[in-house]
Ligand binder design. Sequence first.
Ligand code: SAH
Length: 349
Amino acid sequence: MKEILQDYSREDLSALIESLGEKKFRAEQIFLGLMQGKKISELPVSPALREKLLERFEDEPVRIYKTFTAADGTKKFLFLLSDGNLIEGVLMKYKYGNTQCVSTQVGCRMGCKFCASTLGGLVRNLTAGEILSEILVVNRMEGGTLKDRAVTNVVLMGSGEPFDNYENVVKFLKNLTAEGGINISARNVSLSTCGLVPQMKSFGNEGIPLNLTVSLHAVTDDERRRTMPVANKYKISEILDACSDYFKKTGRRYIFEYSLISGENADEAHAEALTKLLKGRPCHVNLIRLNEVKERNLSSVSEKEAYRFLGVLEKNGISATLRRSMGSDIGGACGQLRAKHLGDVKHED
Ligand code: SAH
């Protein structure tokens, strides 16, 4: 694979273009073109410079290979990477704007028992520029510009564990939120982690005040270990401390994801235990009914059971919502994204 030009920040790009003996304003033109989701071969530069860039950099690191549209308007994108790997992304349309769910790795090595993204293990990390390009190409495809964006919110909840690809993800977030580019405010970005405590702590020092979201899914360490191998490494108490630390540093309240799994974590006793864990904390709970994944024999709760669980949290004064599952008919809902959806495209073509 060649290098990825979208990995460069505006400043790095400026230095690069100058080092190639070009005028500074060229760098700005290139930066703007890239942020508009253009390929290198579409940039408004001289043929000689284009050649130079194409020798060293991928023309189109992330290409929209297929689009699926769900009954509720949610779109799932299948992206083709330069090395033939495929990743998925989802665009959900809400009244307040459009939220794109991005992947941070091809596959995942966390091994959560309910999740499809981890079935084939980790294939590789995405670079900062590849993650950013997922958004740039969708914004362009949907008719968005840099002033009037078609993607207004971003959630790092696609395949992969963002904090298992820490450096690239932080670089991506800095470029995503930087002025002059696509410039999506950190307040409109949510990062979901399965709870890698050291990285959660470091992240508080990066100066990116986003919505930190933790996949909890259990109320005791023993129960959490049954579905999330990462629980063998970090205790719930350590995760809660890391959340408090993030709140102290950023002033941002944090969010817990809690997928309701029948016979596992979803009865009223669990709702009471969850209350005990979280009472008094500046946090919010997102409940989701498990999306069933055919390779996993875990089943979801009924809508009624989910509302009963929510009712207990509300009665106890815990801020909580039951999330609508969007795009499940196209395999685009939480936990349904997979690394090798259609196998390796190169063999198909
Ligand atoms: N690795 C990160 C990002 C994944 S985000 C993390 O673990 O947080 C996707 C969210 O969907 C996580 O909360 C994840 O635990 C949850 N999830 C995974 N599979 C699911 C499924 N089958 N049904 C409902 N939620 C699921």
